[in-house]
Design a protein around this ligand. Structure first.
Ligand code: NDP
Ligand code: 8X3
Length: 251
């Protein structure tokens, strides 16, 4: 049984990761801002799989909250085997010159700084034990830059680079670092990007079959369960209908 720490488990990819790791006998630390959703997920996983679940409710952008949550884990929970850095978001889809500074700051603070805060707090625990696996959810937006994606793409390029840096700096301690970079996955991602304009969000996924959050969770589960000497560095996963960041074949 492993201890899996998942950021952003209230929705989408993070929630699906929680389900597949629970179904397969692991114990979970699930985090996010929407506490009611975390409690509901804990109850679901307790009832279905008898999973031991610790709920941590904090905003990943607040380093003090992150540090407090992780330093209070205690011996029962601080042997984290797998950290899934999943929490993240896109806000807005504008030409660069029309960009909204507050949107930019939310993306940078969450996707880059939040991921750094969490990993800075957890990685020393892994290094001490000379064991651990960090799985960063990047994006095709971290491999290519698409029209109007500007700052979101920049944050995911940062995740791409930070993943490499983590791997280099922790290789001597046997820490695995994997980036999973998905194309379009139907989650609440576009509802957040379009600030609650659900019709616009739904239209993104019309006319083709997008990835499901379960597809990405399956990949994370696969990566986390390979033999000790095998690591997947990087995995770019696309819907079959999506050839590149900007090209989706719609019918
Ligand atoms: P969702 O919007 O469904 O889920 C995002 C999760 O991130 C939620 O659980 C949310 O929790 C959490 N989160 C966001 N901001 C914060 C914060 N400040 N503090 C703590 N948690 C936060 O989207 P996805 O599941 O699609 O997104 C998950 C990851 O996958 C993101 O990093 C995204 O960039 C990436 N991704 C998504 C793709 C897609 O097409 N959907 C494709 C490629 C990558 P809460 O709001 O409760 O805090
Ligand atoms: C989310 C996928 O293509 O909207 O990272 O950037 S995309």
């Amino acid at each position: 049984m492993k201890t899996i720490f998942i950021t952003g488990a209230t929705s989408g990819i993070g929630k699906s990761c929680a389900r597949i790791f629970a179904e397969n006998g692991n114990r979970l630390i699930i985090t996010g801002r929407r506490i009611e959703r975390l409690k509901e997920l804990k109850t679901e996983l307790n009832n279905k799989y008898n999973t031991e679940v610790l709920v941590l409710n904090f905003d990943i952008r607040n380093n003090k909250e992150v540090d407090k949550a992780i330093s209070n884990l205690g011996n029962k929970w601080n042997n984290i085997d797998v950290l899934i850095n999943n929490a993240g978001l896109a806000v807005g889809l504008n030409k660069f010159q029309d960009g909204v500074i507050d949107d930019w700051e939310r993306m940078i603070d969450t996707n880059i700084k939040g991921l750094l805060y969490i990993t800075r707090a957890i990685s020393p625990l892994m290094v001490d034990r000379k064991s651990g696996h960090i799985i960063n959810i990047g994006s095709v937006a971290g491999k290519e830059t698409y029209q109007y994606g500007n700052v979101y793409c920049a944050t995911k390029h940062a995740v791409d680079s930070i993943s490499k840096a983590m791997r280099i700096d922790m290789v001597e301690f046997g820490i695995k670092v994997t980036q999973i970079a998905p194309g379009a996955v139907e989650t609440e991602f576009s509802n957040v990007r379009f600030k609650g304009d659900d019709a616009k969000a739904d239209s993104i996924y019309n006319g083709f079959e997008p990835l499901r959050p379960e597809d990405i969770a399956d990949a994370a589960f696969y990566c986390a369960n390979l033999p000790k000497h095998v690591n997947i560095n990087d995995m770019l996963i696309m819907p079959t209908a999506q050839a590149s960041a900007g090209l989706i074949h719609k019918i």
